[in-house]
Design a binder for this molecule. Structure first.
Ligand code: C2E
Ligand code: MG
Ligand code: MG
Ligand code: MG
Length: 284
């Protein structure tokens, strides 16, 4: 009996593996189709000055606009896109689309209200041949100056000793593009790389903000990141601000910028524009 049960379990396990693989292949081919057909949409989430609630930028966040399944979040497909290389054409679309949108906003808005757009760039996308030229061409095509763009990279990109990455980042930054480290503090990389490197912004991962209220050590980490950034001449964006207490503590710690559901969830471009024209006041 025991042997039979073991065999069944093994078969179930094999079936499970098999269907997981089929699912992944199906996902990949559906994603390939989506890239060819342009079935994606960008949502925009405001990046806000904690003092005064002014919007300084918007992060562009991709969604798969599936014809039958509706809007699909990036955690459902970014990994497969990265593995398969589909992230490269998808990322190109994201960059062009984000710049197209910010160009529209800039045409409509007075100078003091013009936000930058912040675009996530995956490791594979950044490492692809000609990425810097692509950014330059996209900026020119959209007709916006480089300071209308921020690129979000992750610490993973900076691990290892590939000096080409740093040269490319320096070139982009010399153009005037802002460079942010996304999910800062989650990558287990050494801090030494931050010194005299072409970086403008640290984005503190939501994980730290989540635990900050009940955990004094986590609070100490956030406080430490903010002072570290200040002394290195970098600015900081706190991710995942969900309530007024988060905002109050971060303000007290001297964190200049934040982003989170407390201000707004990511929204469609037209909604973001009305946000820019008529900011919704939020309680202190
Ligand atoms: P991320 O770049 O760290 O983006 C922040 C994520 O946190 C977004 O999830 C955003 O909607 C969510 N978020 C913002 N504020 C709050 C909050 O107050 N509470 C909670 N619970 N969540 C909040 P989203 O849009 O699902 O994106 C997930 C990740 O997918 C992003 O994390 C980014 O790594 C990746 N991603 C999104 N768009 C792109 C893209 O165009 N290219 C690449 N390569 N990756 C992308
Ligand atoms: Mg990001
Ligand atoms: Mg982030
Ligand atoms: Mg994050």
């Amino acid at each position: 009996v025991a042997k039979g049960a073991g065999k069944n379990r093994w078969r179930r396990y094999q079936n499970h593996l098999h269907s997981a693989m089929v699912e992944r292949l199906e996902l990949r081919s559906a994603l390939d189709h989506a890239v060819n057909e342009g079935h994606f949409v960008l949502h925009y989430q405001p990046i806000v000055k904690l003092a005064g609630d002014d919007v300084v930028g918007f992060e562009a966040l991709v969604r798969w606009d599936h014809p039958t399944r509706g809007i699909i979040a990036p955690d459902q497909f970014i990994e497969v896109a990265e593995e398969s290389g589909l992230i490269v054409p998808m990322g190109r679309w994201v960059l062009d689309q984000a710049l197209h949108t910010v160009a529209q906003w800039w045409r409509i808005l007075p100078r003091v209200r013009r936000p930058y757009v912040s675009v996530n760039v995956s490791v594979r996308q950044f490492r692809q041949q000609g990425f810097v030229d692509q950014v330059r061409a996209s900026l020119e095509f959209a007709g916006v100056p480089p300071h209308a763009l921020m690129l979000e990279i992750t610490e993973t990109l900076l691990m290892g000793d590939d000096e080409k990455i740093w040269t490319d980042l320096a070139t982009l930054r010399d153009l005037g593009v802002k460079i942010a480290i996304d999910d800062f503090g989650t990558g287990y990389s050494s801090l030494g790389y931050l010194r005299q490197r072409p970086i403008d912004v640290l984005k503190i991962d939501k994980m730290f903000i989540d635990d900050m209220l009940g955990d004094t050590q986590q609070l100490a980490l956030v406080s430490g990141i903010v002072s570290l950034a200040q002394s290195l001449g970098l600015t900081v964006v706190a991710e995942g601000i969900e309530d007024a207490r988060h905002k109050r503590i971060l303000t007290r710690l001297g964190c200049p910028l934040g982003q989170g559901y407390f201000y707004s969830e990511p929204m469609e471009a037209t909604e973001a524009l009305s946000w820019l024209r008529n900011p919704i006041p939020v309680a202190a």
